[in-house]
Ligand binder design. Structure first.
Ligand code: UDP
Length: 260
């Protein structure tokens, strides 16, 4: 195994993002699967997280220790460009789940899908196998396992021999689940926290059509189709403003080392 240098993780305001494009993210998880000897966490980094992660010390620690922080939102990509001139591309967690399935299929590794409602979970597994014929989904469980049944679930994951685990419990439950249980996972090498993605794969929630995605307007489509999300989308203009302030401070040499 030749040693190679990974580009450093970029601090964006109070969280971080890994400077990867989609192919590089895929190669990283392939490396985790081939060479890893422990579960590696893959979490999404986006403007929304900027406002939840730093406020929750446990979640902050999960992010700080993450093995791969995907540039999930266009906001992170633009901020990285403005603050560091970094040329990364958006790698949405909701699409990366498919990339990871493809890698698992190619590497012949088992996948365990944990999270979401029973029918959504079951439907998602069917969709994934249909899309990646031969993909070994070696186990699944809905996301409403009681605390007292957790040891049994961990045993099931271990007995399945899964190397990839998708956690679809929503944030911050999924990240905290990883922190609490990672040391008990025997065969798992990659854990992607996918939030509500299974609802778009095996449920009734529609993703934005291609046009909106191509123009980086998925956030606007979701806002227009689910106005209730306004309470979550207010973060975008504030994030942009904070990034602009950070950029200005950098420009005039006022930035402290809060970002390191
Ligand atoms: N969920 C779950 N167990 C729980 C709470 C939530 O499996 O105890 C699932 C829920 O069914 C949904 C997802 O977690 O599929 C949460 O989706 P949301 O879009 O809120 O998460 P986000 O992507 O914002 O993290």
């Amino acid at each position: 195994m030749g040693a190679f240098r990974q580009p450093a993780r970029l601090p964006i305001l109070d969280i971080w993002v890994d400077p990867v494009n989609r192919d590089e993210a895929i190669e990283r998880v392939r490396g985790f699967l081939r060479n890893g000897n422990r579960p590696h966490s893959v979490f999404a980094s986006n403007p929304e997280k900027q406002f939840t992660v730093p406020r929750d010390p446990e979640l902050y620690e999960c992010y700080r220790r993450a093995d791969l922080l995907l540039p999930d939102g266009i906001g992170m990509v633009k901020a990285a460009r403005l603050l560091y001139g970094a040329d990364l591309s958006r790698v949405p967690g909701s699409e990366f789940i498919f990339d990871l399935c493809k890698v698992a299929q190619e590497e012949e590794k088992g996948v365990f899908v944990y999270g979401a409602k029973e029918e959504v979970n079951a439907g998602s597994c069917e969709v994934l196998v249909e899309r990646f014929p031969g993909l070994k989904i070696v186990g699944r469980a809905n996301g409403y396992v009681k605390d007292e049944d957790m040891p049994e679930l961990i045993e099931r994951i271990n007995e399945s021999g899964a190397a990839v685990l998708f956690l679809a419990l929503g944030s911050p439950i999924q990240e905290k689940w990883f922190a609490e249980h990672k040391d008990k996972l025997i065969s798992v090498r990659v854990v992607q926290a996918v939030g509500g993605t299974l609802d778009t794969i095996g449920g009734n929630v529609k993703r934005a059509p291609e046009f909106w995605r191509r123009h980086n307007l998925e956030w606007l489509y979701r806002l227009l189709s689910e106005p209730g999300r306004i309470s979550r989308q207010w973060v975008l203009p504030i994030f942009a403003l904070l990034v602009a302030v950070a950029w200005l401070k950098k420009k005039v040499g006022m930035d402290g080392n809060r970002l390191d």
